[in-house]
Design a protein around this ligand. Structure first.
Ligand SMILES: Nc1nc2c(ncn2[C@@H]2O[C@H](COP(=O)(O)OP(=O)(O)OP(=O)(O)O)[C@@H](O)[C@H]2O)c(=O)[nH]1
Ligand SMILES: [Mg+2]
Length: 452
């Protein structure tokens, strides 16, 4: 039977693996399942079937497991097959070529998710979460993507829409029956409800700031005077010789960056040039860079030599630091002259370390994780908007509500408020995909990988 509406893609990475998964979606799947196993009866839905994959010419290609999903009970909502042969790229290629010969066509990037969205199996924010989940680089961003996949954004948008509809109903009653002389609190009600809605939407838009923290990592600067062990620290944390260590002060001239995990958090860590007053021109450039980097940093590890003096730091840097976003690290506690520096920035947390003896690193990591979680005041994973498209639709909804709110205070214009409120409902709807813009959907799903 013609299978041109049936799409096929390799869903696992290309290359050798124990098994590979080839996915199909479309009307030909029930027959294809029978044909490739050369059997007369349909495959039982949602059961793993082991058999010999026979190509269109009747040649045995591989032993494989095939799972069949009925129309309406699959990821895409269409009939689907998942074929799992051995993960040899040649076998995969033979099966793919055979399925194309049988009339299937290769799937576009994201086409499985797009089909799922178009068939109402998920809203747009959930489809986007599939892509986020695959690309997530930290436990925390996996958690946020999973919440979104399970409909957290959709629920939030429904809640906002319901509150908005309640305001509209309230206002309409007021416009339709002004002579009923609604009590004062009824007139104040919609205005106040509208204000509350605007504030809540603003708060939600604010959480977009966490998108960068989740996806790119919490930008953390190691700063301090020359020779205190900053480069030794980045190396110890990443377990790699990322930065050159030497006993010559001023070894690090420019910043060096790396990624690491602290608990569930992805951290972008930067080793910087040592800070001291009289340096040569290149050293000074490095110091300028550090100050520049500090302007966009989320967190600081301020390092000092426990056996030396407490450091003097440039004001431009100190002004960026506070008790919530900085840990003072007293390194080289193994040295005979090592002393306590509790009185230095005494309101900040202090960690004591000997990188030489590898002491204090796990204590530092747990202090650091607690500090991130307390200091950055991160909202629950299900209360964040991490997608720029969502934030921009919410921004448009907020603007429409502001217009409505202005008109509400002018009795003459009250009747025009409904139009703004309807715009706001529409903008909120766009977040979960009440959109009929083909081009927008095209560009959105193109960012997905093939086979998803
Ligand atoms: N005794 C002792 N020496 C250490 C410790 N940590 C680092 N060092 C030594 O201190 C010296 C400087 O270390 P680096 O990591 O290069 O210091 P830095 O802060 O990056 O220095 P600059 O790049 O010059 O700013 C090296 O000789 C390290 O081996 C420690 O815990 N104890
Ligand atoms: Mg260094």
């Amino acid at each position: 039977m013609p299978a041109s509406d049936t799409i096929v893609a390799l869903s696992t990475p290309a290359g050798e693996s124990a098994i590979a998964v080839i996915r199909l979606s479309g009307p030909a799947c029930p027959e294809l399942g029978m044909a490739v196993f050369a059997r007369d009866s349909k495959l039982k839905p949602r059961h793993a079937h082991f058999g010999n994959y026979m190509d269109i010419k009747g040649k045995h290609v591989d032993d494989c497991v095939i799972t069949f999903f009925e129309q309406g009970k699959s990821f895409t909502g269409e009939a689907m097959l998942e074929i799992a042969p051995h993960g040899n790229p040649l076998i995969v290629q033979m099966i793919m070529e055979d399925l194309l010969a049988r009339g299937c066509r290769p799937a576009e990037p994201g086409e499985f998710s797009r089909t799922a969205f178009l068939n109402g199996k998920m809203d747009l924010s959930q489809a986007e979460a599939v892509s986020d989940l695959i690309r997530a680089r930290s436990e925390r961003s996996i958690e946020v993507a999973q919440c979104q996949l399970h409909g957290s954004v959709g629920r939030k948008m429904s809640e906002l829409t319901e509150r908005l509809l309640a305001v509209m109903a309230h206002l309409e009653a007021y416009i339709d029956f002004p002579e009923e002389d609604l009590p004062d609190e009824n007139q104040a009600g919609p205005a106040q409800d509208l204000r509350n809605l605007i504030n809540d939407i603003d708060e939600l838009i604010e959480t977009q700031h966490y998108s960068a923290l989740l996806h790119e990592g919490i930008k953390t600067l190691i700063v301090g005077e020359p020779n205190v062990g900053k480069s030794s620290l980045i190396n110890a944390l990443t377990g790699a010789e990322r930065s050159i260590v030497s006993d010559i002060p001023g070894t690090t001239r420019d910043y060096v960056s790396a990624f690491l995990m602290v608990g569930p958090w992805r951290i972008e860590i930067l080793d910087t040039a040592g800070l001291h007053e009289a340096g040569d021109a290149i050293e000074q450039l490095g110091i300028d860079h550090t100050i520049q980097q500090s302007e966009t940093a989320d967190f600081f590890l301020l390092m000092l030599d426990a056996a030396g003096q407490s450091p003097t730091l440039p004001d431009a840097l100190l002004s960026r630091m506070n008790a919530a976003n900085t840990i003072v690290i007293e390194n080289k506690t193994d040295l005979p002259g090592a002393a306590d520096h509790v009185e230095f920035l005494s309101e900040f947390q202090h960690a004591r370390l000997s990188l030489l003896e590898r002491k204090g690193l796990s204590e530092l990591r747990s202090m650091w994780q607690k500090s991130i979680e307390a200091g950055l005041k991160l909202p629950n994973a299900d209360g964040v908007i991490v997608n720029a498209r969502h934030a921009s639709s919410l921004g448009a909804a907020r603007d429409a509500l502001e217009l409505a709110s202005d008109k509400l205070s002018d009795l003459e214009l009250t009747e025009l408020v409904a139009a703004d409120l309807r715009d706001a409902v529409e903008f909120i709807g766009q977040v979960v995909g009440k959109v009929d813009n083909e081009r927008m959907l095209d560009s959105l799903f193109k960012q997905f990988c093939i086979g998803k």
